[in-house]
Design a protein around this ligand. Sequence first.
Ligand code: MG
Length: 254
Amino acid sequence: MIITSDTERADLIEAGKRLASVLRALKAKVAPSVTAEELDDLAEELIRTKGDEPCFLGYTPEGAPRPYPSTLCVSINDEVVHGIPNESVKVLKEGDIVGLDLGLTHNGIIVDAAITVPVGEIDQGVKKLLDATERALAKGIAAANPGKHIGDISYAIQKEIERAGFKVVKELGGHGVGDLVHEEPFIPNFGRPGEGELLIEGMVLALEPISVAGKSAVTLAADGYTFRTKDGSRSAHFEHTILIEKGGARIITQ
Ligand code: MG
């Protein structure tokens, strides 16, 4: 969406605050022996308690075989994105990493964010993957200035991940957000500066670097949603909804 009024802007900012607060609570709950379903239940409860709606639940992305069955996406280790938390028992264990991807609708405005969280102690190589991916998100946000292009964001993300010795997943990326869960433009996590759509003031975008420790090939599971790395290597994902403003991007979901 493009923000055109102060009311919309205020609603967007409030939506982002609420989502960030739910993600913080989920992060605090992550521990060995917690299940993905418990995290999903907590996410839904926290969203609804404030009078908002989970926006992934019941949403059918383009090309998906059925509506998404949960509030939260929970992607563990080699699961890249869109892991379903409540259709099989998934128990977190020490040394895992868990991606938590969540969206909500507040006063008609949709925001989207994700974090990847260590479960207990993780090894140094995996920590490096998480740090590089989070840094790549910050670099993408720093590149998101009015007058720049989508390719400037894509390039900044790719460069940071590859500099750390990892790879980006080419099939998945960021997107416009606000009125719908997924809007134009698609924001690849690889590209060239100056290419793609022009960034203008008021644009609301979800930037989401998705990286892998091994080869970048991914497969889609029979459930129609869960992406995994083909080689079983681990994957990390961080996402913020941002608003393009005159002086640069404002992080909405912080
Ligand atoms: Mg997203």
